[in-house]
Design a binder for this molecule. Structure first.
Ligand code: SDX
Length: 431
């Protein structure tokens, strides 16, 4: 038996199967089960992918027990403290922090891809005014391949790079246009003199009738929140992007699939659900009632913004955003926000509750982010759109890594079949 293998013994037949081990640079090694069906005659069953590595990646590392998150090896705390969103985007796409010259060039490229095709205006007007902005995002992003034929040859590295730049650059413009449509205001074009987040704020909140001044506090707060949302290894939406991309689908269609998957309240939709939950709880006096509902197996209510598949410790992003909440709300003169007070008390009571302690349920990235978005004047139905803008960097980086991975092939999971065994058709007059 090799030292870099494990052996599985089939107790029903006594047969032993030796499987190679793939070594990681951080975290658990992986057992390569690719030939297990052929050699042992079994599928491996793992419906929620609790123990399954779907790919190898050099992008993002999470340690769920320690509550650690690294982008390309850099701790999220250091990037949050010292970096900015487009610098982190460069890091994720190209593997290292840019020089000043590289960053200036990258920022220029992103800035000059931020306009969207004028014909798309009609697409936005086709939606009813009360369309959820995420519904518009899925539709408009998916339609981009109808405009950008010159960057959809996924076998061409240059096409892949241009498509990545376009996606990162255009998400704020599409998001802002979705918002403007929902409030019946005219779309605002990007302003190349503004930063990435300054541009988003301007496109969302400026109106033709008066000069808009970007609040530097809001600009910086959004930039920091976007850094925290850039990537998170093989979460549901990223895995969706990879699976769509594995079939050779064009990059815009892949991003649209990621947006769709992110929308779910168990995933990126949780930030909007947290605000609805806090609104429903209403007052500290109701916290115990809602914690009881969250613990009741017969009640579908869950404490939104709590729990995580990987983190069994405090989500490091939640810790940073929680601290940010104090600072940003104070700077914006909103630190008496009763919703923030309620969130702090809810967290304090939940973290002292045996049910949450035993299941290692801590606040995740979505628990506090909505409070900052709300303080910045962003409506709740735009919270997951904000998440999607930032996560587009992770999605495109993961998509590019997948396509360049020689081991990657079309994703095609199998199943444990538990349906009827073979039976013959019965004519309707004999049923
Ligand atoms: C994101 O994967 C990522 O990396 C995602 C993300 C990213 O950056 O991409 O981090 C972003 O999606 C964060 C998660 C946002 N979702 C929410 O806040 C929704 C509320 N959380 C839960 O729905 C849940 O915690 C999940 C979906 C996040 C995780 O689900 P798991 O890993 O499948 O955990 P589970 O459902 O098996 O829960 C284990 C136990 C269960 O109790 P028992 O059956 O063991 O008795 O914990 C309970 C659950 O009932 N539980 C909760 C709970 N979360 C888990 N009980 C009450 N409230 C909760 N929030």
């Amino acid at each position: 038996m090799g030292k870099d293998t494990i052996t599985i013994t089939d107790n029903r037949t006594g047969r032993q199967t030796e499987l190679p081990v793939r070594e990681s640079t951080l975290g658990p090694d992986a057992v390569d089960i690719g030939l297990f069906l052929k050699e042992a005659g079994y599928f491996m069953y793992d419906p929620g992918f609790l123990s399954t590595a779907s790919c190898q990646s050099a992008l993002t590392y999470l340690d769920g027990a320690e509550g650690q998150l690294f982008y390309r090896g850099y701790p999220i705390e250091q990037l949050a403290e010292q970096s900015n969103f487009t610098e982190v985007a460069h890091l994720m796409l190209y593997g290292d922090l840019p020089t000043a010259t590289q960053l200036t060039k990258f920022n220029n490229i992103i800035t000059h891809h931020s306009m969207i095709n004028e014909a798309l205006k009609g697409f936005f007007h086709g939606f009813y005014h009360d369309a959820h902005p995420m519904a518009i995002m899925v539709g408009v992003v998916g339609s981009l391949s109808a405009f950008y034929h010159d960057s959809t040859d996924i076998s061409d590295p240059r096409h892949r790079e241009i498509a990545a730049h376009r996606m990162i650059a255009k998400m704020p413009s599409i998001a802002a246009a979705s918002y403007k449509h929902s409030i019946g205001e005219p779309q605002v074009y990007p302003d190349n003199s503004l930063s990435y987040t300054g541009n988003l704020l301007n496109m969302m909140f400026s109106v033709p009738c008066e000069k808009y001044y970007v609040d530097p506090i809001a600009e910086k707060a959004l930039d920091l929140i976007f850094i925290l949302h850039v990537d998170h290894e093989q979460n549901a939406s990223t895995s969706t992007v990879r699976l769509a991309g594995s079939s050779g689908a064009n990059p815009f269609a892949c991003m649209a699939s990621g947006i769709a998957a992110l929308w779910g309240p168990a995933h990126g939709g949780a930030n909007e659900a947290v605000l609805s939950m806090l609104d429903e709880i209403g007052d500290v006096s109701n916290i115990d009632k809602y914690l009881a509902k969250a613990k009741d197996k017969n009640d579908p209510f869950r404490l939104m913004g709590f729990g995580h598949r990987v983190y069994k410790n405090y989500d490091p992003r939640a810790r940073i955003i929680r601290e940010m909440c104090h600072q940003v709300l104070a700077k914006l003169g909103k630190d008496d926000d009763p919703m923030f007070e309620l969130a702090l008390r809810l967290e304090e009571i939940a973290l002292a509750d045996e049910y949450f302690i035993q299941r290692k349920l801590y606040p995740n990235v979505d628990f506090y982010s909505g409070l900052i978005y709300r303080a910045l004047g962003i409506p709740a139905n735009m919270f997951t759109v904000m998440f999607a803008i930032a996560r587009t960097v992770g999605w495109v980086a993961q998509w590019m890594e997948m396509i360049s991975d020689e081991e990657q092939r079309i994703g095609r999971p199998r199943q444990l079949y538990v349906g009827p065994t073979q039976r013959d058709y019965v004519p309707i007059d004999q049923r």
